[in-house]
Design a protein around this ligand. Structure first.
Ligand code: FES
Length: 159
């Protein structure tokens, strides 16, 4: 049984749970995205149209139809973070990674995305990396987090 078939079966093939299926399939993908093959398989296994799968996937900014990095960095661009010097955080991250919003580093380790609000306005400026939210950031702290993740990855590769 394929991994996608297992996910679909686990959710009981209910169309109402399509979003949860898509998120679970994306989470299991090493490139953090929903591939065309995955769309086709979800469509087939759930017996719903490909266009329905595509439209659901396209609606949510958390879901990507193109390959992304191992770590997804989301920077909040809403007013409270904007007013709390988000620009300097973004500039530091862009310089550290050498990419712009919407891009992935050449080593496939990081993707940089913008988001409207992380629900962490009380600790603006905030970013989210994968499932963790970091707030009250300085440019130095943001860069340190990224360097720690890179080191963690390199240590894993060398282990
Ligand atoms: S405005 Fe940035 S987390 Fe809400």
């Amino acid at each position: 049984m394929t991994a996608i078939k297992e996910v679909v079966n686990w959710f009981g093939k209910k169309e109402a749970l399509l979003l949860q299926v898509i998120l679970a399939v994306q989470d299991a993908d090493p490139q953090n995205h929903l591939s065309e093959e995955a769309v086709n398989e979800i469509s087939r296994e759930m017996n719903i149209s490909r266009s329905r799968v595509y439209s659901t996937a396209s609606f949510y900014s958390e879901i990507s139809l193109k390959p992304r990095g191992i770590h997804i960095i989301r920077i909040c661009t809403n007013a409270p973070c904007e007013n709390a010097n988000k620009a300097s955080i973004l500039a530091a991250i862009k310089q550290e990674l050498g990419i712009k919003i919407g891009q992935t580093t050449a080593d496939g380790l990081f993707s940089l995305e913008s988001v409207n609000c992380l629900g962490a306005c009380y600790m603006s400026p905030a970013i989210k990396i994968d499932d963790a939210v970091y707030g009250d950031l300085t440019p130095e702290a943001a860069v340190a987090i990224i360097r720690d993740l890179r080191k963690e990855y390199q240590d894993e590769q060398n282990a």
